[in-house]
Design a protein around this ligand. Structure first.
Ligand code: UD1
Ligand code: UDP
Length: 368
């Protein structure tokens, strides 16, 4: 028997890698279906290579499109794959269109769906990701919320207790596995000519941030101002969606901000752990900064990761330049001695332990 994985974007590859690796450690066969939602090497293949994963078993090459067309094409392709491979369970992660398509296809075909990073809610229906999350959590058989808070949100929505296992987030597993290697192998600081603690890092790619010309301009100007006050240059590895919008809107990027290509995982981890301050609208980056001890300012009006703010690692600033500079002043220089709310780096082990159809971890420990 085999275990299915459906994935399609950068964060899903990074956060499912620990689960895929744990399957292999237990001698469990995997079948990886890549939807092709992300296809540029810098958002896709580079992570398979760096995280030590074999290339996907199949790539549906769905590419970029409107939500309906993209999700529909994925659905048809995933269904065929599930019919051909009959997995015991199919894993999906997070809240993208690929995640939704994987969960829907599995659910309709009576394959148990396991949702890694369940229970997150922004309570913002304008976000396509929020629609995806709610649907996925209500059709999945196994739900793996990262924290007690996210588990409580699932219970509030009437999801039965026996589907829910709190495991922490697999991003902790990934960071713990690769952080040392990133620190020793990455040359990104010297390549960029920046020194530890002397620069800020920015990522912004969400539709609601960058597809709105005024919102995008305001955050760029707020971040530039906040970093200028501390005499920091800002490094912005830019996601292709954001790059497209800059061009389309003809936005002039403030001098304080240096655009670079999207980075591989090791280089990005290195920048995240050595930045003075991180500005972001990314979910994964809010989590990673809480793990690495770097203060974070979130360029949104809310977050589905409020635990990061509770521990003092993150300030949700909104998109006004004045609130961004205020948040930066509050966060810059924080010691970073909080505990990450996302668990102890054993999420993948706990996830596989919670699925009775799969061999448990003792089964793979070599006998004396
Ligand atoms: C998607 C997810 C988002 C996630 C992000 C991770 C949805 C609705 N959105 O957003 O939740 O945070 O991935 O990065 O699923 N493009 C490329 N190369 C690629 C992929 C995309 O150039 O490999 C460009 C295309 O111009 C495309 C645009 O980026 O139109 C947006 O891509 P898309 O996959 O639709 O959404 P993301 O913004 O990447
Ligand atoms: N990331 C990366 N290179 C970059 C920017 C981000 O490797 O240039 C990684 C980052 O470490 C994190 C993940 O991409 O694990 C976050 O993905 P993204 O921000 O695209 O999506 P989100 O988490 O918001 O869904």
């Amino acid at each position: 028997s085999t275990v299915g994985f459906v994935l399609g974007t950068r964060p899903e590859i990074i956060k499912l890698a620990p689960v895929i690796q744990e399957c292999h450690r237990r001698g469990v066969d995997t079948h990886i279906v890549h939807t092709g939602q992300h296809y540029s090497d810098s958002l896709d293949a580079v992570f398979f290579r760096q995280l030590g994963l074999s290339p996907p078993d199949v790539n549906l090459e769905v590419g970029s499109d409107d939500h309906g067309a993209q999700t529909g094409a994925m659905l048809a392709g995933i269904e065929e794959e599930l019919q051909a491979t009959e997995p015991t369970v199919v894993f999906v992660q997070g809240d993208t269109n690929s995640t939704l398509a994987g969960a829907l296809a599995g659910s309709k075909m009576d394959v148990d769906v396991a949702h890694v990073e369940a229970g997150l809610r922004s309570f913002d229906d304008e976000m396509p990701e929020e629609t995806n999350r709610v649907i996925i959590d209500h059709i999945a058989e196994y739900l793996f919320p990262p924290t007690a808070e996210t588990a409580a949100l699932l219970r509030d929505e009437g999801i039965p207790e026996d589907r829910i296992t709190v495991t922490g987030n697999t991003i902790v597993d990934a960071v713990e596995t690769f952080d040392n290697e990133a620190a020793t192998s990455s040359q990104i600081l010297s390549e960029l000519g920046v020194s530890e603690g002397q620069f800020d890092l920015l990522t912004a790619h969400r539709a609601e941030t960058v597809d709105d010309r005024e919102a995008f301009e305001r955050i760029l100007s707020g971040v530039a101002r906040a970093s200028a006050q501390a005499e920091r240059e800002v490094i912005y590895p830019i996601h292709p969606r954001a790059e497209d919008r800059l061009e389309e809107f003809g936005i002039a990027v403030p001098d304080q901000i240096r655009l670079i290509e999207p980075l591989d995982f090791f280089d990005f981890l290195r920048l995240e752990s050595t930045a003075d301050l991180v500005f972001t609208d990314s979910g994964g980056v809010q989590e990673e900064t809480s793990i690495l001890g770097t203060p974070c300012v979130t360029l949104r009006y809310g977050t589905e990761r409020p635990e990061t703010a509770f521990v003092g690692a993150n300030c949700v600033a909104g998109r006004e330049p004045s609130s961004i500079t205020a948040a930066a002043t509050q966060m810059r220089g924080k010691a970073g001695d909080w505990n990450t709310p996302f668990g102890d780096g054993t999420a993948a082990v706990q996830i596989l332990d919670a699925i009775p159809e799969l061999p448990d971890r003792e089964a793979v420990t070599a006998p004396e």
